[in-house]
Design a binder for this molecule. Structure first.
Ligand SMILES: *[C@@H]1O[C@H](CO)[C@@H](O)[C@H](O)[C@H]1NC(C)=O
Length: 258
């Protein structure tokens, strides 16, 4: 079997938000110098380059991106002496934004400011184009989540038990069912602000206070119980006094709130 050289890595510039007509560059980064680098598009050789000595990055530019360019790409390199080929890079997807697709609608379940631990749901609707719906957060290069609502056209993204790190601006996009590497534009945004739950003032004092009340009640109950038993033993020959002590015992017990 042929010797396979270590795989190169392929990157895309810009990595997101490529629109029809834009220029994108695919860069194949090699772990060593190579004689020849190939760019494959969905299994077909799309382009190749003779490499100068000392170059370990090959750049392939796609000028004026078309919908047909929205596909999977990978690269591979070859050396001459001996005549060896590398493994394929991990494939990357070129997603192209097609502006005629309507941006998705977005809604959020809670008011803008929520407390830590709340479950917040963001819903996005792909306007009848079906396909896969993506949730993006401003400042993150890759989408946070995606869902395939299977014909429903609406995806719910629940952020369980939010923390202040979930604060930010969220938007959606979708890849229409008809062409999965084509993206709608990003839609309107919703903003989420998570505040740390304010500790109720004096919460600790209140609970200590409750503890003190419980201890006092417990001691008082023991004293009253002892008193009652003493009374019963002392006056057991007197039937009326017995009932009197029971009545006193009950009254005191009731007054303590038990
Ligand atoms: C959040 O959702 C989880 C899972 O459904 C549930 O167990 C939890 O009670 C919810 N929390 C709140 C604050 O609603």
């Amino acid at each position: 079997s042929p010797v396979l050289l270590p795989r190169p890595s392929l990157s895309l510039h810009p990595s997101q938000g490529v629109s029809l007509g834009d220029t994108v560059t695919l860069c194949c980064h090699m772990p060593r110098m190579a004689a020849w680098v190939e760019l494959h598009q969905d299994g077909l050789l799309r382009s190749y380059k003779d490499m100068d000595k000392h170059q370990v990055v090959a750049e392939f530019s796609l000028v004026c991106v078309k919908l047909e360019d929205a596909m999977k790409y990978w690269c591979q390199y070859r050396v001459l002496e001996p005549l060896w080929v590398s493994e394929k890079s991990v494939p990357i997807e070129l997603v192209v934004t097609d502006h005629p697709y309507s941006p998705p609608n977005i809604s959020i379940s809670h008011e803008q400011i929520v407390e830590v631990g709340t479950n917040v749901t963001i819903q996005c609707c792909s306007q009848g184009y079906g396909g896969i719906i993506f949730l993006h957060k401003d400042g993150h290069s890759a989408p946070l989540h995606h869902r395939d609502p299977r014909g429903g056209g609406t995806a719910s993204f629940t952020l369980f038990g939010v923390t202040p790190a979930d604060s930010g601006t969220y938007r959606c996009s979708y890849h229409p069912k008809a062409s999965l590497f084509v993206s709608s534009p990003l839609g309107d945004s919703v903003t989420l602000e998570v505040t740390p739950t304010p500790a109720p003032p004096g919460a600790e004092l209140v609970s200590r206070g409750n503890l003190v009340v419980a201890v006092v009640r417990g001691c008082a109950a023991a004293v009253i119980f002892g008193l009652g038993v003493f009374f019963v033993i002392d006056a057991r020959s007197l039937y009326g006094a017995l009932w009197g002590s029971v009545g006193l015992y009950g009254a005191l017990w009731g007054a303590m709130g038990f």
